[in-house]
Design a protein around this ligand. Structure first.
Ligand code: EPU
Length: 417
């Protein structure tokens, strides 16, 4: 078990370079199985979620070569066997293997995926898409056996713009006969990135990034090289750190358009933020204004930045109201922010944050990935030392977080306990 200790209220200055996006890399890697050749992906973040995918690929018999930021996958000799629950439950993205293996072999056996404990996370839309494309799905004791004699294109109407269901449907439709139309598709940059990747391998996908995607199935996908897009959630997290304790903190290697929903809200709060072509410079400011925020699918405010933003809302002058519309239980950070001196109440899907608060260092827990990121941000602002336990959750998604923050002046240490 690991924990992080942060001595707060130190000014952060200098540059933080953003890594490749976790939620893009974790889809590109399973999707590489669709290729009959070798796939090379650059700018892959060095985080434990990628290690878990590597473990699944290696278990299936793929040859995986990794350097610091590159992964090369040769899946020509894989064996399509049941993926044990002990590995698939390590992360949500394991369910991209469901669609990749179904697309390639017309059969897959695996268990319900894992992921952060932030409320129920059904996969009914993914299973609906598989069925519409010709598969039979049998579920028994959390295990799914999905088979198809033939995969045939169809119209798929998603009940909600699910990121996972959009990607899973795209992967299977790429190898289905004829045309598939996905309506009410998710529009996240990660969807565009996976469609571009598949098209480079020879797929025929149009409309990714809009709510209507058209896919014409192909028989074969080839070798390809791609680069993971910058992580907009990691970028947003460090931009918030800059607004809390930054002095010209420069966040580089970003696509500013991907985080416009955050930077717009921060400007509304009165934050001192300058946006460049591929960077943001941010400094702390007092007397921030309270805001109202609602999480939505892209290009709305991302649920993954809701908890990090809450750390900043504790510093605004007055009452901020934040509504979570995607997940049913993504407020596990609130208890610990209040322990540090915040004043936040939860009412159903909304939280009411009364600021400004003098945060004080305490022992708190990273209950999940983004709740943990929120605690890191609160600790950077707080007086005294904060200990954040269960920090493994944060290490799943933030590459070299300790080094990145130390390099710009944070007093932060990672300890084994
Ligand atoms: N939903 C359903 N049925 C479905 C699919 C979704 O009811 O079949 C509902 C559920 O309430 C679910 C919500 O819609 O919880 C969001 O589901 P979605 O499929 O959009 O999300 P996901 O694919 O499970 C990805 C990211 C999440 C991110 C969401 C939303 C990965 C591995 N995970 O999850 O990232 O919050 O999209 O943007 O890409 C994180 O990084 O901290 C994280 C949780």
């Amino acid at each position: 078990m690991k924990q992080i200790k942060i001595e707060g209220n130190n000014i952060l200055t200098g540059e933080i370079k953003i890594s490749g996006a976790k939620n893009s890399a974790v889809a590109l890697i399973p999707a590489s199985l669709l290729s009959d050749g070798i796939v090379k992906i650059d700018n892959v973040p060095n985080i434990s979620d990628i290690d878990a995918l590597d473990e699944i690929l290696t278990y299936l018999g793929a040859t995986v070569k990794r350097t610091d930021s590159t992964i090369e996958i040769d899946s020509s000799k894989i064996e399509n066997k049941e993926i044990p629950e002990s590995i698939s439950k390590k992360l949500r993205a394991s369910y991209y293997f469901m669609s990749a293996l179904l697309a390639k072999y017309k059969k897959v056996e695996m268990y319900f995926p894992g992921g952060c404990n932030i409320g129920s996370r059904p996969i009914d839309q993914t299973l609906k898409a598989f069925r519409l494309l010709g598969a039979t799905v049998i579920e028994e004791n959390n295990k799914y056996t999905i088979t198809a004699e033939e995969l045939i294109g169809n119209n798929i109407y998603l009940d909600m713009p699910s990121v996972g269901a959009t990607i899973n449907a795209m992967l299977v439709a790429t190898r289905a006969k004829g045309k598939t139309y996905i309506y009410n598709a998710a529009k996240e940059p990660e969807i565009v990135s996976i469609a571009t990747f598949l098209n480079q391998m020879g797929a025929k996908i149009l409309g990714a990034g809009t709510n209507h995607i058209e896919i014409t199935g192909v028989d074969k996908l080839n070798s390809c090289f791609t680069e993971v897009i910058p992580d907009r959630i990691e970028a947003g997290t460090y931009i918030i750190a800059g607004a809390l304790v930054g002095d010209n903190l420069k966040i580089t290697n970003i696509i500013p358009e991907h985080i416009e929903s955050l930077t717009t809200k921060m400007k509304e709060m009165g934050c001192n933020i300058k946006i460049g072509e591929d960077y943001v410079i941010v400094s702390k400011k007092d007397n921030l204004k309270p805001i109202k925020v609602q999480t939505l699918g892209y290009p709305g405010f991302p649920t993954d930045l809701q908890q990090p933003l809450t750390a900043l809302l504790t510093q605004a002058n007055g009452l901020s109201i934040l509504e979570e519309t995607i997940y049913e239980n993504r407020f596990n950070n609130v208890k610990y922010l209040n322990k540090m001196g915040a004043f936040i109440t939860i009412e159903g899907k909304k939280i009411f944050v009364n600021g400004p608060s003098n945060l004080k260092g305490k022992v708190v827990e990273a209950t999940d990935l983004r709740a943990g990121a929120c605690m890191v941000l609160a600790a950077l602002k707080a007086s005294g030392t904060t200990t954040i336990t269960q920090i493994e959750h944060v290490l799943r998604g933030y590459e070299n977080i300790v080094e990145k923050l130390s390099n710009v002046g944070a007093k932060i240490t990672l300890e084994d306990i």
